[in-house]
Design a protein around this ligand. Structure first.
Ligand SMILES: *[C@@H]1O[C@H](CO)[C@@H](O)[C@H](O)[C@H]1NC(C)=O
Ligand SMILES: *[C@@H]1O[C@H](CO)[C@@H](O)[C@H](O)[C@H]1NC(C)=O
Ligand SMILES: *[C@@H]1O[C@H](CO)[C@@H](O)[C@H](O)[C@H]1NC(C)=O
Length: 198
């Protein structure tokens, strides 16, 4: 009786400790796998495009929802285009606020902001189209869509440069969207050339 009692206690305890370690090592293993997918991808992106910062790539993709669950390059590409779409949407709202809240504004700045608002408004459906084309494996079309979003960010930023002494209030946001576009483009092109393998 005594023996039965103790073994019925000891065995579950043993199993519990055993599964505790199994689950620790498994979760570490999975995170390592998925983080290594992000690292490998960002390394390749940075190599293929000198304008693309490796650290920006790592930080953005790691912070993206579900990126740690991505188990191949294709999924990571979907995540990066979604991230770009959200970024562009946020920036459009930001420009709207700027136009609404700052009544006393240099008319030239105001007209630049209006242009940027239009550019970003068009970019939102384009990122949706990019995601659809990407999911349908129409990589050439997805490439064209993302490239046009990328162009929108530089067109917006360049507008402010046309008048001497002006400082663009959107430099950081334009750069962020530019870089996110570059990451997406880079992944699209990798898949187009090599499939999912990285
Ligand atoms: C890098 O950025 C410069 C300046 O914005 C641009 O002229 C050049 O085409 C870019 N290179 C690539 C590979 O995108
Ligand atoms: C855009 O993405 C970058 C990189 O992930 C992030 O740092 C930035 O906060 C985002 N900006 C907006 C407006 O969502
Ligand atoms: C990580 O990737 C693996 C396959 O490589 C996948 O099964 C798992 O769901 C992913 N996510 C996490 C959080 O481990």
């Amino acid at each position: 009786m005594r023996q039965t009692l103790s073994s019925s206690f000891v065995i579950p305890l043993f199993l519990c400790i055993f599964f505790f370690f199994v689950s620790i090592s498994t979760s570490h293993g999975l995170t390592a796998t998925n983080d290594s997918l992000i690292r490998k991808t960002c390394k390749k992106c940075a190599q293929s495009d000198p304008n693309l910062s490796y650290n920006f790539c790592i930080t953005s993709l790691q912070a993206a929802p579900h990126s740690h669950c991505a188990n191949d390059l294709r999924q990571l590409g979907k995540i990066s285009i979604t991230l770009l779409g959200r970024n562009v949407t946020n920036t459009r709202s930001h420009i709207k606020e700027l136009l609404k809240n700052q009544k006393k504004m240099d008319p030239f700045v105001r007209s630049c902001l209006h242009d940027c608002f239009d550019l970003y408004s068009d970019a939102i459906p384009t990122t949706k189209q990019a995601l659809q084309d990407y999911k349908a494996k129409h990589y050439d079309d997805a490439n064209i869509d993302v490239s046009s979003v990328m162009d929108a960010t530089t067109t917006c930023e360049d507008g402010f440069k046309e008048k001497e002494g002006l400082v663009s209030p959107l430099t950081k946001r334009n750069n962020d969207a530019f870089m996110l576009s570059a990451i997406s483009l880079s992944i699209i092109n990798m898949i187009r050339l090599n499939g999912d393998s990285i």
